[in-house]
Design a protein around this ligand. Sequence first.
Ligand SMILES: *Cc1c(COP(=O)(O)O)cnc(C)c1O
Length: 411
Amino acid sequence: MSTNKPVHAPQSRFPVVDGCLHVGGLPLTRLAQRVGSTPFYAYDRKVLSDRVRQVRDCLPDGVRLHYSMKANPMPALVQHMAALVDGIDVASGGELKVALDAGMAPACISFAGPGKSIAELAQAVAAGVQVHAESERELRLLARIGADLGIAPLVVIRVNPDFELKGSGMRMGGGAKQFGIDAEEMPRVLALARELGLDVLGFHIFSGSQSLKAEAIIEAQTQTFALAQQLAQHLSQPLRVLNIGGGFGIPYFPGETPLDLAPVAAHLRQSLPRVRQALPQAEVVIELGRYLVGEAGVYVTRVVDRKVSRGQVFLITDGGLHHHLAASGNFGQVIRKNYPVAIANRLDSSDTEVASVVGPLCTPLDLLADKMELPRADVDDLVAVFQSGAYGLSASPGGFLSHPDALEVLV
Ligand SMILES: *Cc1c(COP(=O)(O)O)cnc(C)c1O
């Protein structure tokens, strides 16, 4: 076997041998045979483990690393992650069950998310997981449920900060938001929690997601520490939990460059002693979703037809928007950009053409690659969509057009 330098493979975590992408140590053609049908998502254990190790090597000692399950809730993957990280963040009763089934210690599971039902809150208190209260209603319910069950709930308050993670792909804090309790309301709300007899362990301050800019993350973390110290003065007990969010992004589109973790880690290392001085009992938590799992997954689909329409080549595959909404452009993004896509079994081919990769749905939005230069492909070739380990299958409209589900494998 010779290792060929991929001619038309986007930067990815997966090796290419003899022109074929390898996932989980297997040529993708062989993996596809083993899976038995396309399309499928494949997640690579080694890539997952390497990534967690890389992040841990970078982070200062004592910072706890949590996995945000909504990025990828596949139970086998969650179980793999549970053995690598210090905790799991869940956002529904269903995710909570997966985290518990994966063997994560209840006290290391945190449950955030607006609009939790009474049943979800009771499930969380009974299981002994940390509940990140997002409103006064949730605080009142937690006090009542705790009294009913005779269990002191582990309460953390999600704070809607008065700043945001600048330039982030998704703003989850700052301004008016459905998430958390506004920072300026916190003195009053903490007094209410005290009246309710709740022991508030600390704060969860998440200011944004999908940032590739170290300086923006550093600025948000600085503001987060300042806000936490200010709010901690209103706690009746020392602050014990401080979840500072995450927001580390991964590159998806041409021209995007990976986040440089080194300055973020250096800044954390520099800030922590002062934070520890002010908040000696605080356990600092970083929660990451896509950064841990996004690059470890590929979506694999097979070419079922090849058409030329007025000079434009279309590779029609058995997978598409219904399994991978994000790669298609989220139902008509204003400016659609191509995810990294490759013809996985022809990576060393120099016979290229410009082609569009589409799915089987009756909508022009079902597009996996728009006029991309790719090795000339034909029926039965495999198309790989990279950066697909997060917000893939579970974040796609699987019911749209009633095609079969995609499989998922952890290899
Ligand atoms: C979704 C979410 C995350 C994970 O975001 P990523 O961009 O995948 O890292 C972290 N924290 C909270 C509160 C979230 O809702």
